[in-house]
Design a protein around this ligand. Structure first.
Ligand code: TXA
Ligand code: MG
Length: 336
């Protein structure tokens, strides 16, 4: 830990586990260090980073006094921090423009993972960290995933307890007026946010896609994201025509059996098949979602199966299921 903290203080990059996914961290107030994150990930600079803190008092260095006067910050922080919620609000001018992607706001999260908290405390500075994957690729939930994509491009990876939630934080934006906006489904279900905000103007889900000419509200909302290297198709009823080589992914065992039946009727070769949980269980499913996608991707790539597809059944909406459904939709929207 002292070495990792020294790397952060010296302007280097350290990947570290959080309770959602692995992050790729740099000192949030060191603009050249932050620039290295974008370089290592191949991430476009219009996509802002989340700043991670270990102590709520650090909000004073990140949000403006005006933003901090919003009672909903305390409400949300009391309910969900430490945890999988990122709060976006007006940024102090000292927050480097690159962290904010030029926006006037900054996203902040106080994680609950011990390794993440220890790193932030030892470094003595808030840490800007996107998920530790190459831009647009699957998010990492193990140190191996991080090394597969970023070995040689970063200075260190910290090992730690599993990323137990398995999907990224929920992102909410607080504006000077109007209800809180949910920018990204994630580890904290919309229903839980709505419950806490019920007497404080509620919460609305922001427009899900990017519209031409309209500035992006949350670049993580671009349709194609979290993409496996093998194209993923979401099927609802019929098995997609022309697919002869595939791996299957379903929310539960019964749906997987149904998918296997469809594949077999279509004459497709199934190289791997996975149920996210035995019976429908969004918490267990989220915890292993990216890991299973990494495995299916690896199975098809290792065997060099030509024209292979991952065929997935959509995940039912509701609770943490909405974050899983969202990640699968984005993985499927990849132009290949
Ligand atoms: O769980 C997580 O949030 C993980 C761990 C490492 O904390 N981090 C993560 O970061 O998922 P990343 O970079 O993959 O996603 C950050 C997303 C951006 O793409 C954007 O959607 C939203 O957070 N975001 C961050 N700052 C924002 C801002 N100022 N305004 C709007 N959206 C923002
Ligand atoms: Mg990401």
């Amino acid at each position: 830990m002292p070495r990792a903290a020294a790397i952060i203080r010296a302007g280097g990059l350290v990947a570290f586990p959080t309770e959602t996914v692995y992050g790729l961290g740099a000192n949030a107030f060191d603009a050249p260090a932050v620039a290295r994150i974008f370089e290592a990930k191949g991430r476009p600079t219009f996509d802002p980073l989340i700043v991670h803190i270990a102590d709520r008092a650090d909000l004073a260095h990140l949000f403006t006094e005006g933003a901090l006067a919003d009672p909903r910050i305390k409400l949300l922080a009391d309910a969900f921090w430490p945890g999988a919620l990122t709060i976006v609000a007006a940024a102090r001018p000292e927050v480097p423009g690159l962290v904010r992607a030029g926006l006037e706001t900054v996203g902040v999260r106080l994680p609950r993972h011990e390794t993440a908290l220890a790193l932030i405390r030892a470094a003595g500075t808030p840490i800007a960290a996107p998920s530790a994957n190459r831009f647009g690729r699957l998010s990492p939930t193990t140190a191996d995933h991080v090394l597969e994509q970023l070995d040689g491009r970063i200075d260190a990876v910290l090992l730690g307890e599993a990323t137990e939630i398995g999907v990224e934080s929920s992102v909410v934006a607080l504006d000077a007026d109007g209800p809180v906006r949910l920018l990204r489904h994630g580890g904290i279900p919309l229903e839980d946010l709505a419950h806490v905000l019920a007497n404080h103007g509620g919460i609305v889900a922001a427009a899900p896609t990017v519209q031409p000419g309209v500035p992006m509200q949350a670049p993580g909302m671009t349709e194609s994201h979290y993409a496996p290297m093998v194209p993923l198709l979401l099927v609802t009823t019929a098995f997609p025509a022309g697919v002869t080589e595939c791996a299957l992914l379903a929310p539960d065992r019964a749906t997987l059996t149904h998918l296997e039946g469809l594949a077999s009727a279509a004459g497709a070769n199934v190289h791997a098949s996975v149920a996210l949980s035995e019976t429908l269980d969004p918490v267990a499913a989220a915890a292993h979602l990216f890991e299973r996608l990494h495995e299916l991707e690896a199975a098809l790539i290792r065997r060099a199966v030509p024209a292979a597809r991952i065929i997935a059944a959509p995940y039912p909406e509701g609770g943490l299921g909405s974050a899983i459904a969202d990640r699968l939709r984005r993985a499927a929207a990849t132009p290949q």
